[in-house]
Design a protein around this ligand. Structure first.
Ligand code: 4NP
Length: 171
């Protein structure tokens, strides 16, 4: 946890990671940001997303993800895909992997003694029995809705944990 510029409030940084950074992780980023805003925590959070691959570097989120998110009031239009880098492990407090494969790739590239705590997002913060956010890329509309359901509840749990740590840091 770092201090914000006025030195009074702790800052927490969060990076969501999937394979392409066009479906799951940008959705996670948008949902988490909207929920943080609702709690009045956005000023204390640095929120980003990335992909383990470079395949969609510079591209906006998948249209199907944008449409599904838009129906629930989340705007993803300004996000652009990027690939995760080894520097990210020192820039972020939390790195949240969407599936086991992403988690394995991230664990393999994390340099020793870096800042980030690496999590499999749903295993550690999910409220359903699933440990992975299923990849919706090759499926139908239902997959994108399920991604949103899983990410909305996990966002609530992650925000609870961060809010508790910020409150503790204040006292
Ligand atoms: P994401 O989904 O990892 O949730 O962004 C995918 C996006 C693209 C591909 C696979 C998964 N792809 O094969 O290009």
């Amino acid at each position: 946890m770092h201090r914000s510029s006025n030195q009074s409030l702790p800052m927490v940084s969060v990076l969501f990671v999937c394979l392409g950074n066009i479906c799951r992780s940008p959705t996670a980023e948008a949902v988490f940001r909207a929920k943080a805003q609702k709690r009045g925590l956005e000023q204390q959070l640095i929120i980003d997303s990335a992909g383990t691959s470079h395949w969609h570097q510079g591209n906006p989120p998948d249209k199907r993800s944008q449409e599904a998110a838009g129906r629930r009031g989340y705007n993803m239009a300004r996000l652009k895909a990027r690939q995760v880098t080894s520097d990210d492990f020192d820039r972020f407090d939390f790195i949240l992997a969407m599936d086991e494969s992403n988690y394995g790739d991230l664990a393999a590239m994390q340099p020793p003694n870096t800042r980030a705590a690496l999590h499999l997002y749903l295993r550690d913060f999910g409220q359903h029995n699933l440990h992975e956010v299923p990849d919706p890329y090759y499926g139908g509309t239902d997959g994108f809705e399920q991604v949103l359901d899983l990410l909305e509840s996990a966002s609530d749990s992650l925000l609870d944990a961060i809010e508790a740590s910020i409150t503790k840091g204040r006292s």
